[in-house]
Write a new protein. Structure first.
Length: 338
């Protein structure tokens, strides 16, 4: 294992913002993890786990961490029965590669999560979700290195403490290094996501009973029409979480905005699309410093070129303040700033 010094962090972020990592190394197996931990303790420096950098933004200047670029690979069927299959995947596997291989083997459960950027190991941290499916719905176990107890452990789904865009890996930041994830997928017919844009895609393409591959193609088409390619337009995907608010507030907002989009959670709360709030605040397509609100999706902030972390924070705060002033809702950012 080779440890480098002063490595540019913006090369490892899809937002292409940031300074330098004090130390950097690539992790290809468990032994590399153990060696990296010893190095970090010797240098008295924190460890930061880096996937594909799609949900992480780095600060300017030198970031005083040992960045571990997770590259543990593997796609292994460890057990199966008549209905289900359990797949052990390395934390460094590109998430969409995992989705594609699962579908090629006719395993359902991940098709709604197609083309989401990131790695297998990053998914549980954020409890990534799309089109009615979250990581918690398909995850069986996570194999981790516990830096507190200095040993490898298997954490069950319940032990991961999943909630909306949250998990134990965020609550106890830095304690667990994800090595492998075991997913429970299915051998039965796929469930078609019950979303208007998905239904429209199948109607427009005259597809009546879509198979796994066709569902994946639909999700890819829809996401590509709404989200910029980070390789062309640097971005971190959805920048704000969809807020969960009290239904009394929703009713008050309806007075002035009867077209408000809501997704009921229970009798007391509902989820409101953050992109809708930002658009109604008049910010869709607006440039703020060297950051813009994406013209096709107000939930996405893009780097216009040479943006700094300060530019991003100023732009973020302006969006949050305008939305709060108009709706009384405080938006919360989704990507982590290191």
């Amino acid at each position: 294992m080779k440890i480098e010094e002063y490595v540019d962090s913006n090369d490892y972020s899809t937002m292409q913002i940031g300074g330098q990592f004090k130390y950097f190394t690539k992790i290809e197996n468990v032994d590399d993890v153990l060696e990296a931990i010893l190095f970090s303790k010797k240098k008295e420096i924190s460890v930061f786990i880096l996937g594909s950098g799609s949900n992480t933004i780095f600060s300017d200047g030198v970031i005083n961490v040992l960045a571990l670029k997770m590259e543990i690979k593997g796609f292994e069927i460890i057990k199966e029965d008549s209905d289900n299959v359990y797949i052990k995947a390395g934390a460094g596997v590109i998430w969409d590669d995992f989705v594609q291989e699962s579908i090629e083997n006719n395993f359902s459960g991940v098709e709604s999560l197609s083309i989401i950027p990131g790695t297998v190991g990053a998914g549980p941290v954020q409890n990534v979700g799309a089109y009615g499916v979250e990581i918690k719905d398909i995850l069986e176990e996570v194999i981790v290195y516990d830096t507190k107890d200095n040993k490898i452990k298997n954490l069950s789904n319940n032990e991961c403490e999943f909630s909306y865009r949250d998990s134990i890996f965020k609550k106890q930041k830095g304690r667990y290094i994800i090595l492998y994830v075991i997913y429970k997928l299915h051998k039965d017919s796929p469930k078609i996501p019950s979303y208007p844009d998905v239904s429209k895609y199948f109607i427009d393409n005259k597809i009546i009973n879509p198979n796994l591959r066709q569902i994946r193609e639909a999700i890819i088409h829809i996401r590509n029409s709404k989200l910029p390619d980070y390789r062309v337009t640097p971005n971190a995907g959805s920048f704000f979480k969809n807020p969960i608010v009290d239904n009394n507030l929703v009713e008050r907002i309806k007075i002035d905005f009867p077209d408000i989009k809501i997704f009921p959670i229970d009798e007391y709360t509902s989820k409101v699309p953050a992109g809708w709030l930002i658009e109604k605040a008049g910010l869709k397509g607006v440039s703020l410093k060297n950051i813009s609100v994406y013209e096709k999706n107000a939930l996405v902030l893009v780097n216009n070129g040479n943006a700094t972390n300060d530019d991003l924070i100023i732009s973020r705060d302006e969006i949050i303040n305008k939305v709060e002033k108009m709706f009384g809702i405080i938006l919360e950012q989704e990507p982590e700033i290191i």
